[in-house]
Design a binder for this molecule. Structure first.
Ligand code: GLC
Length: 424
């Protein structure tokens, strides 16, 4: 062998080790690479490309879950094989998108014991696995530890405590010169996130889950009405009117800037508030979402995201490889360290690096396990309409257009019309 052929042979060997695929394909994965997800998207890309020899490109999606769903429904209606291969699916959509998702049962079923059973089972439709859990989620209350200490208050157990503490500290902080200070921020915009907050308020007052697990419409009750009236009483008093335009990130911006005492949000916000650049680094505590009065309960809405494969993908084998990378303990740990999103792998909660970064996570394992699901299973393919009716009802009360009692009666009527003879 001449020197050049030797070089060519070893080059070819090196290339084939790095690129085992016979035909390099380009896959498309949902990942918002132009925002804070950039390091994670790039981490996954470099692993996937090195291990498979395929290329990975990203498609970006809107932040609001309901807007993202509409886009996917358009994409899937066109059955376009080039639009997306691997997508991130909200916990409430798996049943809805079922026929557009590849059946990956035989390719991933060995992974089942690694995940929380509720999360895994959520993704099994008619006995077939349609996606693998990528992130678990549940609502929680963030508070400013330093300010509660300064004013000798404990984290609130009920919404009534929260309102009282928020009003006192807001007034004192404003008098002290912090003119833009507010007691509480949450998600008040008319979108999927408000449905999550509405469910927490109603369930926390023992007012049910809007539609019960058997499909009965249960929302028209005095406890649900009280829950909505209570939330409306915060707007313009302890919460800025602008909260009615807030999604998760707008709430976080205000809280992280040091301009709010309490925030309702998902766990992802914690690590971001602890970034070196954050004005509230080291000053943030977390607690369960408050109860509705002393007889109420701590209710956290169940959220979470799943990795699935489009049924129209031209590269199902490579897409499954990507999903398996996304399902790995190390990938989910990286997602947590880079983005703050709680892993769906059980073992991650024992990981010392994860525990050191977010001591609250261990305490939240129970909150995740007992979180309250939105009524997406009983209302089947009608859930997007149900949720829209829920967030519109919440928005009507927050904006003062309806009382709690009017809104729950009106919501019951709308849900009856959507249901017809039965949910389908
Ligand atoms: C979080 C949850 C998701 C929910 C969304 C609402 O991303 O994980 O389930 O639908 O917030 O904004």
């Amino acid at each position: 062998m001449t020197k050049t052929t030797l070089l060519a042979a070893s080059l070819a060997a090196a290339l084939s080790a790095a690129a085992p695929a016979v035909h390099a394909d380009t896959l498309k994965m949902e990942c918002n690479v132009s925002g804070p997800w950039k390091p994670f998207c790039e981490h996954v890309k470099s692993r996937f490309e090195a291990e498979t020899g395929h290329k990975l490109e990203f498609i970006e999606m809107p932040a609001a879950s309901d807007e993202k769903l509409s886009l996917y429904q358009q994409i899937f209606a066109a059955k376009d094989p080039n639009a997306v291969d691997v997508l991130f699916i909200d916990v409430i959509w798996v049943g809805l998108l079922d026929k557009h998702l590849l059946d990956i049962t035989d390719k991933v079923k060995d992974l089942e014991p690694a995940f929380f059973p509720t999360n895994w089972n959520n993704n099994v439709v008619n006995g077939r696995v349609k996606a693998v859990p990528g992130q678990v989620d549940a609502g929680m209350l963030y508070y400013r530890k330093d300010l509660l200490e300064k004013y000798r208050e404990a984290p609130p157990k009920t919404w009534e405590d929260l309102a009282r503490i928020a009003a006192t500290i807001q007034e004192a902080e404003r008098e002290g010169g912090n003119r833009n200070f507010w007691g509480f921020v949450f998600q008040g915009k008319a979108y999927e996130g408000l449905s999550c907050d509405v469910l927490e308020w109603i369930a926390s007052y023992n007012g049910g889950t809007v539609v019960d697990p058997d499909g009965n419409i249960s929302v028209n009750n005095p406890k649900a009405a009280k829950a909505l009236d209570t939330a409306a009483s915060w707007v313009g008093t302890i919460a800025p009117k602008g909260v009615m335009g807030y999604q998760e990130e707008e709430s976080r911006a205000v809280f992280q800037n040091g301009d709010a005492l309490f925030m309702r949000n998902w766990p992802y916000a914690y690590l971001l508030t602890q970034d070196d650049s954050s004005p509230v680094k080291g000053k943030v505590g977390v607690a369960p979402v408050p109860k509705g009065g002393p007889d109420g309960q701590h209710a956290a809405t169940l959220g979470g995201w799943q990795w699935g494969v489009s049924a129209y993908s031209k590269n199902p084998d490579a897409a499954v490889k990507l999903v398996r990378i996304l399902a790995e303990a190390d990938t989910q740990k990286q997602a947590f360290l880079m983005l703050g999103i709680p892993p769906a792998r059980i073992e991650s909660y024992e990981d010392p690096e994860v525990q050191a970064k977010a001591p609250y996570l261990a305490q939240f394992r129970d909150v995740f396990a007992n979180a309250v699901p939105r009524p997406s299973t009983p209302t089947r393919s009608q859930f997007p309409k149900v949720s829209k009716a829920m967030f519109n009802a919440g928005y009507d009360v927050l904006s003062g257009r309806a009382t709690g009692a009017q809104a729950v009666a009106d919501l019951e009527g709308k849900l009856k019309r959507i249901k017809g003879r039965d949910w389908k």
